[in-house]
Design a protein around this ligand. Structure first.
Ligand code: SF4
Length: 559
């Protein structure tokens, strides 16, 4: 597994870009991507490369290209890899919703015409090509035929791949990125399936784009990347955080550490799946016997010994999380729950479950299984349990439980997201129970809710989509994101995008309800859905303007 990151300096600023590249390489980054928005920046990559080599750094560089085939051509003579986005390399969006077959074919012919010189150049230099689809920036031509879907993302990339193959160029890497973890996972799996169907097996780069910052960003990335690594998919990874890019590296290393002994697959990995891994379907459960007001997936955790220390997050009835209050009081193996759930909670280690054992549980029994995993491969072990439940057609709810010896809550969040994420992303799991002796129970509950939110399983706070920023960003996106989060985190169900530039930001903020997008020179534009409603707002006033916009649209609630 190769770990990547991306600079967020101005590419025309050689000293700053070299300095950040060195910081990244020293931190363990094995490939560094640098944006090349125009000819000038693409040309400057040569000086950046030369300066790095003089300083003894030969870390491979990747030029990030959007909209500008000429910049790609220039960069190809310098860097080890060129990344293009099929959504904006050739197609131009003009508000057209319907394309005839002839227009579609003509567009593919134009792609070939424009990509051919780049492929010839890459053949000469030996550099690779990453064809990276982004969910938020598919062309209207692709959307008209496939929708804004994983299938559209895959086809957008494969159009380019087929041209590469026609020209006998195979130094290709592919990626399917989305800020929505499920979309990213489904698109990448679909890509692998389609590639194998067409006799291809190119490397895959993984990443959850616009994942945001802090624990939310780390957990979202870990859940998405971890789910695919658990499938045996992924050759390079990037954790995108709206922070100093150097912070991305230890997160990527922690994610990879969960998969140190993994073998890659040679056959279609999805043949063995007992469910459809390309679309989301929540596993059907039988829980009519529950009398309380419960929201699935449940969040379980240990109580505090002193109730006066118990935070609102867990116990206050009028707060969103109040319904999950659970006491863990062991008497032998019996659990007592504060809300007097019906008896019949069965706690068992996953390794003890067999088909015969499950057959002995009656379908209509008032049962909730708490399945503890102590395996080094909890994903595989839990998946096996759900497969057995499927075989015996047993629809009882299943709470996934795992204990950790980790003492750092951030590391724990990353590892737990890698372990639990793949299950929730695939619609399995009706509860989560994290344990770590050395971490505050409130923190464990917070992490549990963050994992569920990252997987789209249970939304308990505002969803933030924030780009990591790059050389195109011309305002303090990290400070703005912090300010926006501090004022709007109490609006569950709302998605707010905070994006670095007006060129790619609006396209890549996907299905956000509101967008806060940098315009350059310290000015910000606000979006309601896909529509720009205000522009050129001074940065100092923009957060208040965003709140006003949310209020005007009736989406505001007092904290
Ligand atoms: S949206 Fe953000 S990461 Fe993407 S090009 Fe613009 S500033 Fe760079």
């Amino acid at each position: 597994m190769t770990i990547q990151s991306m600079t967020n300096t101005n590419t025309a600023d050689t000293a700053a870009t070299v300095c950040q590249t060195i910081e990244l390489a020293d931190a363990g980054c094995e490939m560094v991507r640098i944006t090349a928005p125009g000819i000038h920046e693409a040309e400057n990559l040569a000086l950046i490369k030369e300066t790095l080599l003089k300083k003894g750094y030969d870390v491979p560089l990747i030029a990030d290209i959007h909209f500008n085939p000429k910049a790609a051509l220039i960069a190809a003579s310098t860097v080890e890899k060129v990344r293009i986005n099929p959504g904006n390399y050739t197609d131009r969006n003009v508000g057209k919703a319907d394309f005839t077959d002839e227009e579609f074919q003509e567009a593919i012919r134009k792609i070939e015409e424009r990509i051919a010189p780049l492929i010839e150049m890459l053949k000469k230099t030996g550099a690779a090509l990453r064809i990276g689809s982004n969910h938020g920036s598919l062309s209207e031509r692709i959307i008209s035929k496939f929708g804004n879907t994983p299938a559209g993302m895959v086809e957008a990339a494969l159009e380019f791949v087929r041209i590469c193959r026609k020209m006998d160029f195979h130094n290709i890497v592919l990626s399917m990125k989305a800020s929505n973890v499920r979309v990213m996972v489904h698109a990448t799996r679909l890509l692998v399936k389609k590639m194998m169907g067409e006799g291809m097996n190119y490397p895959i780069h993984l990443g959850v784009t616009e994942a945001g910052d802090a624990e939310d960003g780390r957990i979202k990335s870990a859940a998405g990347i971890g789910a695919l690594l658990a499938d045996g998919i992924g050759d390079t990874i990037r954790v995108s955080l709206t922070e100093d890019p150097v912070n991305e590296i230890p997160v990527a290393q922690q994610i990879c550490s969960n998969f140190s002994n993994q073998n890659s697959f040679t056959e279609n990995p999805f043949d063995q799946f007992f469910y459809d891994p390309f679309t989301f379907t929540k596993r059907e459960i039988y829980h009519n016997f529950l009398t309380g007001d419960f929201t699935f997936p449940l969040v379980l955790g240990k109580t505090f010994s002193d109730e006066s220390q118990v935070p609102d997050l867990v116990f206050s009835e009028d707060k969103f999380h109040g319904k999950d209050r659970v006491y863990e009081v062991f008497e032998g193996t019996k659990l007592y729950f504060e809300k007097q759930l019906p008896e019949g909670f069965v706690k068992i280690n996953a390794s003890e479950i067999s088909v015969d054992w499950l057959k002995n549980l009656h379908q209509t029994a008032k049962l909730i299984l708490i399945v503890d995993s102590t395996s080094k491969n909890p994903v595989g072990e839990w998946r096996k349990v759900f497969e057995m439940l499927y075989q015996v057609d047993l629809k009882i709810p299943v709470i996934l439980k795992k204990s950790y010896s980790e003492t750092d809550p951030i590391k724990l969040g990353i590892h737990a997201a890698v372990d639990f994420g793949p299950l929730f992303i695939d619609g399995f799991g009706d509860g989560i129970w994290l344990e770590a002796e050395n971490i505050n129970p409130q923190k464990m509950v917070e992490i549990s809710f963050q994992i569920l939110q990252a997987c789209g399983s249970r939304i308990s706070k505002t969803e933030f989509i924030a780009c990591p920023s790059c050389g195109r960003t011309q305002y303090d996106i990290q400070a703005s994101l912090q300010k926006i989060k501090s004022k709007t985190s109490h609006l569950p169900g709302l998605k707010i995008a905070v994006m670095g530039c007006i060129v790619n930001g609006p396209g890549e903020m996907a299905d956000a309800d509101y967008g806060y997008v940098g315009m350059g020179n310290g000015k910000v534009a606000l979006f309601k859905g896909r529509n720009m409603v205000q522009k050129s707002i001074p940065e100092a006033e923009a957060v208040e303007s965003l709140i006003d916009l949310i209020k005007e649209n009736g989406d505001w609630r007092e904290p």
